[in-house]
Design a protein around this ligand. Sequence first.
Ligand code: ADP
Ligand code: MG
Length: 597
Amino acid sequence: MGDIITLLPDHVANQIAAGEVVQRPASVVKELLENAIDAGSDHVQLIIKEAGKQLIQVVDNGKGMSITDARMAFERHATSKIKSASDLFALNTKGFRGEALASIAAVAHVEMLSKTSEDEIGTQIKIAGSEIQEQEPVVAPQGTSISVKNLFFNIPARRNFLKSNTVELRHIIDEFHRVALAHPQIAFTFFQGGHELFDLPVANLRKRIVHIFGSKMDAKLVPVEESTSVSSVSGFVIKPSAAKRTRGQQFFFVNDRFIKSPFMHHAIMNAYDGLLSEGTVPGYFIFFNLDPQTIDINIHPTKTEVKFEDEQSLYAILRSCVKHSLGMFNVAPTLDFDRDPNLDTPYNQVNQIAASPHLEVDSNFNPFKNPDTPRFSKPNETNWESLYVEVESQPIPTVLGDELNVLGDYDSVKLFQLMNRYLVSSIGSALLVIDQQRAHERILYEQFLKTITQKQTASQQLLFPYDLELTSTQQVLLSDLEEVLIEAGFVFEKVGSSSISIKGIPASSSEKEIPNIFENLFASLESDLPSDSFSQSDLLSKSLSKTLSIKRGVPMKSEEQQRLLDDLFACKETQVSPFNRQIFITLTQEELDKKFV
Ligand code: ADP
Ligand code: MG
């Protein structure tokens, strides 16, 4: 057999390497933003179309590239950032592998425009699938603009593998957050499909966080600061009372580079010990400043892990300074002399004239007609709220229907609540113990799913609209769910660019639940984004059922217990909650007898 090994042509090698660097539009966004920062820019624009599938463009005012460098930049292992292996231990740039542009150009149509301050004229270069198609001198402002079009045009399998626009956009927003938080001294703007998602002016860290996450964040931030001879830790943690059920606002940065660190997360959790309600996770924005010699940035192009030389003492420092800050915060409110009163208003409404509130009056409401009727809700057979209305004595129905042979049709009610969390009854000779919260979740889930899918929308008008300010991410998430929200009974309209005014809610919910409804909805959207409309109604019904269900620990009147039982056994599925948890257990006589041997 003759020789069979050959070197892969460059464009093939580049395409293979691209698989590592470019997984989705968000990876391109990350690389381009980082290059713009490494180039010393103080204003960076991100423009995308179709969640980056059609266009990703980054425009900066950094140092630009000479004609030769513009060409070289697209070669693999071509970098201006390190010259030898020893430079790896003194990194102060984001990039250093010289792979990003070569990889991107292997899988997309790329157009670059660049000019340095020394050159009179700039250069334009067009590349598609690693092939240079054109390079010519052009008039251009100082800095660089790179457009990446039709990502994965030559790898259909990859292109088809991309998720819905909402999912891809969310990944892009995540990357944008990470870069923008690490560089408050750089102004960023971000346009998606002609719509401005972010306009972040140069600011300090606190203001940058607030500009990104909304004005309510300001009051939740607790500063953290500690420096030792080898390292400094600074940033903010979020007050324990504002901790959320989902991950999402957890940010670690090492020398201004976003990293993930379960180990350091543990240090923070430890510092919050005893301050968090069950199941919640605190948010944080923590910056480590370390001698680059003492860390090892993972060599893998996309991984965000870092090895610390002395992670034990870093853990201890972080834990103690977070603990200290939380303690300080508990005894005295933090004074922030640098506070900008403009931050109290959503930034894009700062200069707008306040409109007088619009009052809507329900002309059908007659307070004397029926004093028992709750104002906001029409009594309705399937309406949980109506339980509190229809408490007049009713004949007690058979507990579980005939086929279940329930010992219920006697004078005494064979149904009671135990420990404020279980309903106890009997089936045949077996004991039945029902988890009240899970049972109610199941009932509400099926009701909402039915309302949405059969479009039996039942909405109650609010006397006063409820205004809700949304972050840009939340706006994006919400716009995808708009249709099913309306079908579920929500009535709302956009006010300004960052708020919605809620005018109606599902008949089976109540006004005081609105903040919870939306907080839980965003939490589940952030952790699990559905792509088709069936799973959208599923997700919304699940989220509403969780929020509105009767919780463990809540005492229930006997009528309510009875209604819950009836409604549960009228459900299509009675065994498990919408979250796949067992709703009830039975104990047979045999099982009981065994306990008494
Ligand atoms: P790396 O960032 O790892 O060096 P890249 O492939 O991302 O590799 O970029 C290659 C080179 O192109 C960089 O080292 C830099 O010299 C140049 N470059 C890329 N983007 C820019 C930009 N926006 N402004 C100036 N130079 C840039
Ligand atoms: Mg780079």
